[in-house]
Design a protein around this ligand. Structure first.
Ligand code: 13P
Length: 254
């Protein structure tokens, strides 16, 4: 499958880190380091940091995203933020279905599907996360797990809308643990995701789909991971909080 059809996307996921002032300072530090990137550069930040991050990134090649959004446009959902609200702020990207949402906040494949729907309806680009638990890998059902997560999340998504979907393969056992999937393991599952999307939308759509790898990607291992034929970028947690490390990863994708 033709990697040249896809522009890599390096996205940071700050998770629950950085105050607005810290967000501004970190983005100011990153801007000169990533300005020549030959890939998309995205930083997904806590809701309270969105405005400061967008102000700091204005006029640069850094795009800002949120880390989640709700499925309803508005209503009695205390503590939630809608895709419509993100759109109104001018936020272009949103992560949906991160394993930490699934693990700690009761996110299911069904709620992921509903949130994807809402994000697409609002015109956002979605970074959809899928990935298996260690036990599932050891049972040999990784591919079945990510295929099912992918199929359910994409239920009702049109071929046109698929152009605003990025899939991030994040093996749960590799997140924040320092245990990275080997480049071969990452490529194998990314490839399986592309095959699955090809079955649903055809080869051309699959060839154009950006599939990231996430899970302890860092300045030291990014080059090898990103060199894989089916790895089109990264979703980076810890290393996206360090300007120098993040810019090395951006450089590796460029
Ligand atoms: P780490 O890079 O800290 O392992 O986090 C990965 C991740 O969950 C990105 O969404």
């Amino acid at each position: 499958m033709n990697k040249a059809l896809r522009r890599p996307v390096i996205a940071g996921n700050w998770k629950m880190n950085q105050t607005p002032a810290e967000a501004k300072a970190l983005i100011e530090e990153m801007k000169p380091l990533v300005k020549d990137a030959d890939c998309e550069v995205v930083l997904c930040v806590p809701f309270v940091d969105l405005q400061a991050a967008m102000d700091a990134a204005a006029g640069s090649n850094i795009r800002i995203g949120a880390e989640n959004c709700h499925w309803a446009q508005k209503g009695a959902f205390t503590g939630e933020v809608s895709a419509e609200m993100l759109k109104a702020m001018g936020v272009p990207y949103v992560i949906i279905g991160h394993s930490e949402r699934r693990q700690y906040f009761g996110e299911t494949d069904q709620t992921v599907q509903m949130r994807v729907r809402a994000a697409l309806d609002a015109g956002l680009t979605v970074i959809l996360c899928v990935g298996e638990y260690l036990q599932q890998r050891e049972q040999g059902i990784t591919e079945e797990v990510v295929r099912l997560q992918t199929k359910i999340a994409l239920g009702g998504v049109s071929a046109e809308e698929l152009k605003r979907i990025i899939i991030a393969y994040e093996p749960v056992w590799a997140i924040g643990t320092g245990k990275t999937a080997t480049a071969a393991q990452a490529n194998e599952v990314n490839h399986a995701i592309r095959v699955c999307v090809g079955e649903l939308y055809g080869k051309d759509a699959a060839d154009r789909l950006v599939v990231q790898y996430g899970g302890s990607m860092n300045a030291g291992n990014a080059k090898e991971l990103l060199a894989q034929p089916d790895v089109d970028g990264g979703l980076i947690g810890g290393a996206s909080l360090k300007a120098a490390d993040f810019s090395v990863i951006v450089g590796a994708a460029s």
